[in-house]
Design a protein around this ligand. Structure first.
Ligand code: LRH
Ligand code: MN
Ligand code: MN
Length: 393
């Protein structure tokens, strides 16, 4: 293949300048599996320290200017104060993630629970999250429901859809003009027989019924093995219903490993559909978020690595020669079309990205810059008894 010419490289660098990736507050905190949480030194003890860590990731990468919060894990007395703290650190507060999966009351579900009292409690939490968005200035409310059943006959599948629709409607109607409801689906877990929002089709149908402010979230870990995620991306983008990503990697189920670690080619294919749909820039309305847990690896460098992995896949996607691809597709030349994609994927974009960072006044190697920064030594000394991300807390 021919190396990309100077004009192509400039075009790619320009597009990359507009890329934004949101990091999740919970990724900075201690987390684990249901078998064990291995505590790490220097982890944040409160939401303010999570925001401070997120600010370091942004300083070094230049493309992670917001941090998502999870309520109640990130409950504070004064959200406007947290937002001001974030601003002072050069970042902003991003999506508010609701949590209706951790209370004892939710054993049989939250918004789809057969008990109207439990449903009321769950909906009230969702409404409270919109109140918080008003104070943080967040645009997006992200909803994931652990609701479902374990046994045939346990509850009425159809009635649960009615309850879900009613809860979503009440929440949707509470949104301000510039706010959105993002509905996340997940194949299974913790429910094993039925899940009330198991797939993109279910999420899409509910969002369609709700209206334009409701959009679907694709968490890359939430599919059956072999699912073609880029197809889902292309479909939802085409109909204007793709709202966000929760990026991560998985080998088996909802593993929450670093995005691009398990299957960088899949990440490239996803980002190609984003580029193809002209949806990379923030004006496209897609929130590119990470949803990961760093259980055995150091957290801040793992988050930096993840941001860089998304950027690297994006650079490769931007290198796809659109004209050559279209010509090969038109002429039915399967091998040539495939080769156009593979040429882009196989290009080493690391020099290009190092150049981009230098242009932006950043260190060309953010991982090395973090290691040199001494930040870890500071937080290790300052913070004792760091906070758990949420699970089992
Ligand atoms: C559920 C999920 C959802 C939660 C997050 C912590 O598996 O992906 O996005 O809010 O994990
Ligand atoms: Mn998720
Ligand atoms: Mn998940």
């Amino acid at each position: 293949m021919t190396q990309p010419d100077a004009r192509t490289l400039e075009r790619v660098k320009l597009a990359l300048r507009s890329q934004r990736i949101e990091t999740p507050s919970w990724a900075y905190a201690n987390s684990g599996t249901r078998f064990k949480v291995f505590p790490q030194e220097g982890v944040p003890r409160n939401p303010y320290e999570k925001v401070a860590d997120a600010a370091v990731v942004h300083q070094l990468t230049g493309i992670a200017p917001t941090v998502a919060l999870h309520i109640p894990w990130d409950r504070v007395d004064d959200y406007a104060d947290l937002a001001a703290f974030a601003r002072d650190h050069g970042v902003g507060l991003g999506a508010i993630n609701a949590n209706v999966f951790q209370d004892n009351d939710y054993k049989l579900g939250s918004v789809t629970n057969p008990d109207p009292g439990v449903r009321r409690k769950a909906i009230d939490h969702l409404l409270e999250c919109v109140d918080i968005m008003d104070r943080t200035g967040s645009r997006d409310l992200k909803l994931w429901f652990s609701d479902g059943t374990n046994y045939p006959g346990q509850d009425d599948i159809r009635a649960r859809q009615d309850r879900l629709a009613a809860a979503l409607r009440e929440t949707y109607d509470r949104l301000g003009d510039d706010q959105r409801l993002l509905l996340e689906y997940k194949l299974f877990e913790p429910a094993f027989y039925t899940t009330d929002v198991p797939d993109w089709g279910t999420a899409y149908a509910h969002c369609l019924e709700l209206g334009p402010k409701a959009q679907v979230v694709i968490d890359t870990g939430h599919h059956a093995p072999g699912t073609n995620i880029e197809f889902i991306v292309a479909f939802l983008l085409r109909v204007g219903k793709l709202g966000a990503f929760d990026f991560n990697s998985r080998f088996y189920a909802d593993d929450d490993l670093m995005v691009g670690a398990a299957d960088p080619f899949q990440l490239f294919r996803i980002m190609y559909e984003i580029v193809r749909g002209d949806a990379l820039a923030p004006e496209g309305g897609i929130a590119f978020m990470l949803d990961q847990c760093h259980n055995i690896e150091a957290k801040i460098p793992a988050i930096i690595r993840s941001v860089l992995n998304v950027q690297e896949a994006t650079a490769k996607a931007l290198l796809v020669d659109a004209d050559a691809l279209a010509a090969a597709q038109r002429s039915g030349d399967v091998l040539a079309a495939n080769a156009v994609l593979m040429d882009a994927y196989n290009t080493d974009v690391r020099p290009l990205l190092a150049e981009l960072r230098t242009d932006l006044g950043l260190d060309p190697d953010p991982m090395a810059a973090y290691a040199r920064s001494g930040y870890f030594d500071t937080i290790r000394a300052e913070r004792a008894g760091g906070q758990q991300a949420g699970w089992g807390a």
